[in-house]
Structures are given as structure tokens and as C-alpha cells.
Design a binder for this molecule. Structure first.
Ligand SMILES: Nc1ncnc2c1ncn2[C@@H]1O[C@H](COP(=O)(O)OP(=O)(O)OP(=O)(O)O)[C@@H](O)[C@H]1O
Ligand SMILES: [Mg+2]
Length: 198
């Protein structure tokens, strides 16, 4: 069993979208449970609107459901205080920290990285504006030059995610241009497998 936790200090940076799509990727490889520990219940309501290819469970009911699964993905609320991140990291195989590629996110991410020390975590650039913007690449380089582990894959900003949320499906199940964002989570999935030694 491998446990992946999605967290971050900031709201609205794609944590729930990331949890849902990482779980979608892993669902092709094994039995997956997404534990929704965000009081907004974003993932649970997404699942209730349509159909997701894995089980979504309220954290209060998680204990029973997670037994014997191959992958547990945990969606968490924003935590402005990074001091308890280390404990979160110790409780899982990989901590994923989605972040927007903007300058106000840089300092907090560097602080978080400092607090996490040698823990197993990676930053993930999400909601990245399309070319010719270079904000994603610039932020990735900035983080790397400060020694922060960052996924090479960046998640593009695309309206497909909103459509997928409304429909209650993963973006993988949309068609045409709406589906393009799946390419990013698919590529992220391979990086995650490498990071957790699968
Ligand atoms: N790659 C993307 N492109 C466009 N919109 C996105 C993308 N990722 C997420 N969003 C949108 O941004 C909003 C916030 O995303 P999400 O709910 O995943 O963030 P969150 O970090 O879980 O927020 P919260 O802190 O409130 O739990 C949602 O409306 C979602 O549809
Ligand atoms: Mg959320």
C-alpha cells in the first residue's frame, strides 16, 4: 500500500483537482481510495455529481475502507501553518504540494521546503498559464535553484477542469480540447510512480 498526501499552505491552488486526477491515474494500476479530509468536501461532491474510477470516502469513515487497497490518496484542506507538514509527510510515502506559478507563492513554498527538510515531498506547479507566458518554467527554475524538489510536469490552466468538475468525471473522460489537461496528469503519474518506487 502506498499513501500519497496532497496538501499546501494556500487555498484554491488545485489540491482537490490534483487528488482526483492522481487517483484517476493510479486507478489503472490498482485499487484506489481517495480520502477527502477537506471540510469543503470537494472530492466527495465531485464523485456524487457523476462517476469517478475509484472510491471516495469521508475521512471519518476512512479507517475501514482503506484496508487492503493498493493506493490511498489524501486530499487535505489548506494549512497556512507549515509546522505540522513534517508529521503529514512522515505519515505517507509522498507529499505533493500544488502551487501556483506566481511570485507571492514563492516565499511560502521556500519556507515550507525549509520546514520539510529531508522529508519525501515534491512541489507541483498547477494552473499554469499557456505560452507565451513563461511563469511556470520561471517558477520551476527558481524553486530548483533553491534546492526544492519540483515535478518536471506542470499542470496547464484549462477550462476542461471546470467542465469535468461540473460533470463529475475526471478530465480523462472528456473529449477533444477539453481533455488536453489529462496529458499533464498522465505525465505526472509516471513521475509519481518513479518517486514512490513503483
Ligand atoms: N489546471 C487547472 N486549470 C484551470 N482551473 C483549475 C485547474 N486546477 C484547478 N482549477 C480550478 O481552480 C479552483 C480551485 O481548485 P481546487 O478546488 O482543486 O483547489 P484546492 O487547492 O483544493 O482549493 P481549497 O483550498 O479550497 O480546497 C477550482 O475551481 C478548479 O476547478
Ligand atoms: Mg480542495
Amino acid at each position: 500500500m502506498k499513501i500519497l498526501t496532497i496538501t499546501g499552505y494556500k487555498g484554491g491552488c488545485g489540491k482537490s483537482v490534483t487528488a482526483i486526477h492522481v487517483a484517476t491515474y493510479l486507478s489503472a494500476l490498482g485499487d484506489v481510495v481517495l480520502v477527502d479530509s477537506d471540510p469543503n468536501r470537494t472530492s466527495l461532491s465531485w464523485a456524487n455529481r457523476g462517476q469517478l474510477p475509484f472510491t471516495v470516502v469521508d475521512e471519518r469513515k476512512a479507517m475501514k475502507v482503506v484496508q487492503g487497497r493498493d493506493f490511498i490518496v489524501i486530499d487535505t484542506p489548506a494549512r497556512p501553518d507549515s509546522s505540522d507538514l513534517k508529521e503529514l509527510a512522515e505519515g505517507c510515502d509522498l507529499l505533493i504540494l500544488p502551487t501556483l506559478p506566481d511570485i507571492v507563492s514563492l516565499e511560502p513554498m521556500l519556507q515550507t521546503a525549509h520546514d520539510l527538510g529531508e522529508a519525501n515531498y515534491r512541489a507541483l506547479l498547477t494552473i499554469v498559464p499557456p505560452k507565451p507566458s513563461r511563469e511556470g518554467e520561471a517558477m520551476r527554475e527558481e524553486l530548483r535553484s533553491n534546492g526544492v524538489p519540483v515535478f518536471s510536469t506542470m499542470i496547464r490552466r484549462t477550462a476542461g477542469f471546470q467542465k469535468a468538475a461540473l460533470a463529475g468525471f475526471p478530465i480523462r473522460d472528456l473529449t477533444g480540447r477539453d481533455r488536453m489537461g489529462w496529458l499533464d496528469y498522465d505525465s505526472l503519474g509516471s513521475e509519481i510512480l518513479e518517486a514512490i518506487g513503483r
